[in-house]
Design a protein around this ligand. Structure first.
Ligand code: PEP
Ligand code: MN
Length: 332
């Protein structure tokens, strides 16, 4: 249920109302936007008398929310959420590039790529240290060393870093990571989501391989329900009957997610297509349909990459993609 508060309500009236809700056993999520104040009520609201509320001086309107996601719901928080990742703002009209290799392979590699993508306009550095691989015989990532090398690259370039977590047990290693990624394969790892709900750090949540938009938002809700509301969503393609591309990039998810939720939405055209030559057109399309940024894999030597070389751009190709995307942004 949400209660929209009249603009002339006093702080005392608002506090009294919140107090009353708490006494009814419901938690209140306060969203004070530029144009309106919205109280989101979480818990069992069945006993709350809507007519009684509507009769109060400070209430503009009361609506029951039918969707199971509450904190992630745009109705709870009409303004766009802006997530601050080490000083880089994502959402609310900002547009950011996250770029870097699929996997961190060495200190030199990640520093070289970081410097190149930064020069092309990327403001966050990605790199996998713990890799979720389909085969147990494939490169599994450099783990703690990988995170160390990302931190070295951060020291050199000043770029905040993004890397994937696969288990809550690894959280102590992520202390200095600026943005923790939950990959597609772990989107419904509910114990991991609950653990991330208890920390105070932004989370990049990628859509599961075969997840609906509602399931995706319910996973965001898991993290938010624990108290961590700094979530960035990432559409990275879903499984369909099409096998030509690695996945099928569901771009309609971008406007749908932005309609249903206030959370920022990024697009990852690298994992969505699996082919370097498709990254540019899909990156441009993502910018055109309202994405808040892009996550793109860039490698200094794609043919020899230890993971996802086929979809990785060279730094030069990334530069071109970034320029084209910025031109789309200008047109918009
Ligand atoms: C990744 O970003 O490196 C990754 C593994 O992506 P996804 O979880 O979307 O497959
Ligand atoms: Mn990858």
């Amino acid at each position: 249920m949400i209660a929209v508060i009249k603009n002339d309500a006093t702080k005392q009236q608002l506090d009294n109302l919140i107090d009353w809700f708490n006494k009814q056993g419901v938690k209140v999520h306060l969203s004070q936007g530029e144009y309106c104040t919205v109280l989101g009520l979480i818990g069992d609201t069945t006993k709350i008398d809507v007519d009684l509320l509507n009769g109060l001086d400070i209430i503009e309107s009361v609506t029951r929310i039918s969707e199971p996601f509450k904190k992630a719901n745009r109705k709870f928080h009409p303004d766009d959420t802006i997530v601050d990742v080490g000083g880089v703002k994502i959402g609310g009209g900002n547009f950011e590039f996250i770029a870097g290799p699929c996997s961190v392979e060495s200190k030199e590699q990640v520093i070289e790529i970081a410097q190149a993508v930064k020069a092309s306009g990327a403001n966050l550095l990605r790199g996998g240290a713990f890799k979720p691989r389909t085969s147990p015989y494939d490169f599994q990532g450099l783990k703690a060393d990988g995170i160390e090398f990302l931190l070295e690259a951060k020291k050199v370039t000043g770029m905040p870093i993004v890397t994937e977590i696969m288990s809550a047990e690894h959280l102590p290693l992520f202390e200095d990571v600026d943005l923790i990624q939950v990959g597609a394969r772990n989107m419904q790892n509910f114990e991991l989501l609950k653990a991330l709900g208890k920390i105070n750090k932004p989370i990049l949540l990628k859509r599961g391989l075969a997840s609906t938009i509602k399931e995706f938002l319910m996973s965001a809700e898991y993290i938010m329900a624990g108290g961590n509301e700094q979530i960035i969503l990432c559409e990275r393609g879903i499984r369909t009957y099409e096998t030509y591309t690695r996945n099928t990039l569901d771009l309609s998810a971008v406007p749908v997610l932005k309609e249903l939720s206030h959370l920022p939405v990024l697009v990852d055209p690298s994992h969505a297509t699996g082919m370097a030559r498709l990254v540019k057109p899909m990156a441009m399309a993502a910018a055109a349909c309202g994405a808040d940024g892009l996550m793109i894999e860039v490698h200094n030597d794609p043919p020899h990459a230890l993971c996802d070389g086929a979809q990785s751009l060279t730094p030069k190709a990334f530069d071109e993609v970034a320029k084209k995307v910025m031109r789309i942004r200008e047109v918009l």
